[in-house]
Ligand binder design. Structure first.
Ligand code: KG4
Length: 342
């Protein structure tokens, strides 16, 4: 089966075609294109929902034409159209839903609404080294931080989630305090490389009590307090170093917190395989720490390739195809669901 995947939940337009003829493997991705709106939102320091929707309107159809041409296919070669139906920005979601549903109707194909986070947690299935079920998944993006037990496609149990800011959101907000441009996560991570480890220590929130929930808003506030206290009247070079030291302390605090909760989740569920997905899973320090954590437990960790850590159409095509095989076909009135629970 071959399916077109459409992702428009936030600030990336991702389109892909996936074919399951070769089983779970990277070769199944016949074509994929990603257009990032970073330049559209950069001046505003964050995603402006109305601008995101308008840009998706401009880009979605041209990108669909391009992936069909890349894969040397026509709509007649497809078996379905999958689109992200939630969660996300409602206007942005509606663009993908309307285009996906309309094309499916016009092409007389089934339309498959996909949960954005299901797309993320199945993204490692697009790699050579595919994790076997069951596993624990850590989903860390700009909008979510959650630990999920995955027993099979569609069998998910939420183990814990952030009670306030998502980890990526905390990265982005702290990066802003350090004078870095949106999206700040990758820039903060780069800055942390030249920071002195151990000069500052920030809290590991909610690790001193049982449970698998997270809280990152206090950590961002603690980093802001450090910035205000330590960065007054410094020479340019001292300011640069102090910013890097705070970035290092912040990143280490997030990485340690996530690693402590992942270890707890694996032990609680008596599992040894960990899957990491979502934008923050591209973070090198996090990857290194989780490799150590899982190795100590006799397990291993699985990631999507960096380009599939962030939002993309391939993960939506893959998840949609699994849903299609299981018999999902939405009716014509299916709506975007910005707060869809996994
Ligand atoms: O999954 P994603 O592309 O979008 C959604 O939030 O849905 O994730 C984007 C988030 C942003 O907060 C971004 O700053 C963060 O992932 N991010 C990173 C890194 N790369 C992306 N955070 C820390 N280190 C990185 N290397």
């Amino acid at each position: 089966m071959r399916i077109l995947g459409i992702e428009t939940s936030c600030d990336e337009t991702g389109i892909a075609i996936y074919d399951d003829g070769l089983g779970d493997s990277p070769e199944g991705i016949l074509a994929h294109r990603l257009y990032s709106q970073i330049a559209v939102h950069a001046d505003y320091g964050g995603v402006v929902p109305e601008l995101a929707s308008r840009d998706h309107v401009r880009k979605t159809i041209p990108l669909i034409k391009e992936v069909l041409a890349d894969a040397n296919l026509t709509p007649k070669d497809l078996d379905g159209v999958a689109y992200t139906a939630g969660p996300g920005l409602v206007g942005a979601l509606l663009v993908g839903c309307s285009i996906g549903r309309s094309l499916a109707y016009g092409w007389e194909l089934p339309a498959v609404p996909v949960h954005h986070m299901e797309g993320h947690l199945l993204a490692p299935m697009l790699e050579d080294d595919v994790p076997e079920f069951p596993f624990v998944a850590l989903l860390v993006s700009g909008g979510h931080t959650m630990l999920v037990r995955v027993d099979a496609i569609g069998e998910y149990k939420l183990l814990g989630e952030s009670v306030d800011d998502a980890a990526g959101e905390a990265f982005d907000k702290t990066a802003k305090l350090l004078g870095l441009d949106y999206p700040g996560g990758p820039a903060l991570s780069k800055m942390a490389e030249s920071g002195e480890a151990g000069r500052f220590k920030l809290p590991r929130p909610m690790t001193d009590r049982p449970g698998l929930d997270f809280s990152f808003s206090g950590l961002k506030t603690a980093a802001g307090t450090l910035v205000r206290k330590e960065c007054l009247n410094l020479s340019d070079s001292d300011l640069k170093q102090t910013h890097a030291d705070i970035a290092n302390a912040f990143q280490q605090a997030v990485v340690d917190t996530l690693a402590i909760k992942c270890k707890r989740a694996l032990q609680q569920e008596k599992l040894s395989r960990l899957v990491i997905a979502g934008g923050v899973s591209a973070n090198t320090a996090l990857r290194e720490q989780l490799a150590i954590t899982t190795k100590k437990l006799g397990g291993s960790v699985f990631y999507p390739r960096p380009e599939f850590c962030t939002d993309n159409g391939a993960m939506i095509a893959y998840a949609g195809l699994q849903r299609l095989k299981a018999g999902t076909d939405a009716d014509l009135t299916f709506k975007a669901n910005p707060r869809w629970a996994l």
